[in-house]
Design a protein around this ligand. Structure first.
Ligand SMILES: *Cc1c(COP(=O)(O)O)cnc(C)c1O
Length: 367
């Protein structure tokens, strides 16, 4: 049997190939490779889908975070609160703008920032909070914005893993001051290269972000501030325009696969399956279980031997990385979960038969 990967894009590529090839041909024939018609139209289509005023297509999700922070006026001497249980890019963006990351530990069930601990982390230097909708599950944005509103803090949502996810019927990434999406190929809405997007309802922030994207200029060769070259390229925009209309269906496919896993794993001792809070519509970028018997690594090795690919997101919480070691903070929940989490294969078209096989292997490995 062929090895089961953690993500299999071959289903969508197979299905979309004729459309993709036609789009490539159109872009090549048109010859507008940078800031062409597909980028502009994709921005409009993404803004409409998300229900937001402005969508600015960028080179990556990391750049979206950096640009959002800079456009919001965050820099040296400022503190920005986030979670240590995330991909490094979240904290890296804070450090990149010369601000200081301040970590708040996470909840055991959603793997998201523990809002009970947020207020205690706020100091006079705090300027912003970056909630991360990890694995596709929304943070409780009502609670979060009540706290940030009280303290006058900017909210930059890290929506890299949660395109299409909702908080109480609203798309995540459109609730704070800015939402930063990634189109890295493995994300729920992935390009076939790097890409990102900044969504906002704030016109001033949108204008600054659009300037920062092209070397700090509104008009070509009339550069006003030091910016970046952070454009989404035309071919990626054309691909994303083909994929965007399918995202709800694909997210539903992931949700169906998650429901099946939960059913199959419900009586398996030593495994805790992910939760979905009533306020959230989870899009299962990852299906991440906890292995609570201390045998996560052993289970992973056995699954690998049985041809089942899995991943550990994340083996080292960000505050434990050497570059942040000087912060010298303890985040017990994140540290515990780094030892327990295991992400199982998931994609929109994942077949029930494959999930049955995966769960059989899990049960066997745990015996
Ligand atoms: C992927 C990811 C990013 C970075 O996005 P890129 O497009 O790869 O730069 C940021 N934050 C989180 C949580 C991510 O998963």
């Amino acid at each position: 049997m062929k090895k089961i990967p953690v993500l299999d894009l071959s289903y969508e590529i197979q299905e979309l190939k004729p459309q993709l090839m036609k789009a490539f041909e159109e872009v090549i024939d048109n010859g507008a490779f940078i800031m062409g018609p597909n980028v502009k139209t994709f921005e409009q289509e993404a803004a409409r889908y998300l229900g937001v005023e402005h969508a600015i297509a960028l080179n990556s999700g990391t750049d979206a975070l950096v640009i959002a922070l800079l456009a919001a006026g965050i820099g040296e001497g400022d503190e920005v609160i986030t979670t240590p249980f995330t991909f490094f890019a979240t904290a890296e963006a804070i450090s990149q703008v010369r601000a200081t990351p301040v970590f708040v530990d996470i909840e055991l069930d959603t793997y998201n920032m523990d809002l009970n601990k947020l207020e205690a982390a706020i100091t006079p230097k705090t300027k912003a909070v970056i909630p991360v909708h990890l694995f596709g599950h929304s943070v409780d944005m009502a609670r979060l914005t009540t706290i940030t509103g009280k303290h006058g803090l900017i909210v930059v949502e890290d929506v890299a893993q949660a395109f299409g996810a909702e908080f109480k019927g609203k798309k995540v990434g459109t609730i704070g001051d800015a939402g930063c999406y990634s189109f890295f190929p493995s994300k729920n809405l992935g390009a076939y290269g790097d890409g990102g997007l900044l969504a906002t309802n704030n016109s001033e922030l949108a204008e600054k972000a659009a300037m920062l994207r092209v070397h700090g200029s509104r008009k070509k060769y009339y550069n006003e501030v030091v910016g970046f070259n952070s454009r989404l390229d035309e071919i990626q925009a054309a691909i994303l325009r083909i994929k965007l209309p399918r995202i709800d269906e694909w997210n539903e496919g992931r949700r169906a696969a998650a429901t099946r896993y939960a059913e199959l794993l419900k009586d398996v001792k030593g495994i805790v399956t992910p939760t979905e809070q009533t306020y959230a519509k989870h899009v299962f970028h990852q299906y991440t279980i906890r292995v609570t018997n201390g045998k996560r690594d052993e289970l992973q090795a056995k699954l690998d031997a049985a041809g089942v690919g899995t991943m550990v997101y994340y083996p080292v919480p960000v505050h434990k990385l050497p570059i942040y070691a000087s912060l010298n903070v303890e985040m017990p929940v994140s540290e515990k979960l780094a030892e327990e989490v295991l992400s199982l294969p998931i994609w929109p078209q994942l077949e029930a038969s494959v999930q049955h096989y995966i769960v059989e292997q899990i049960i066997e490995a745990l015996q």
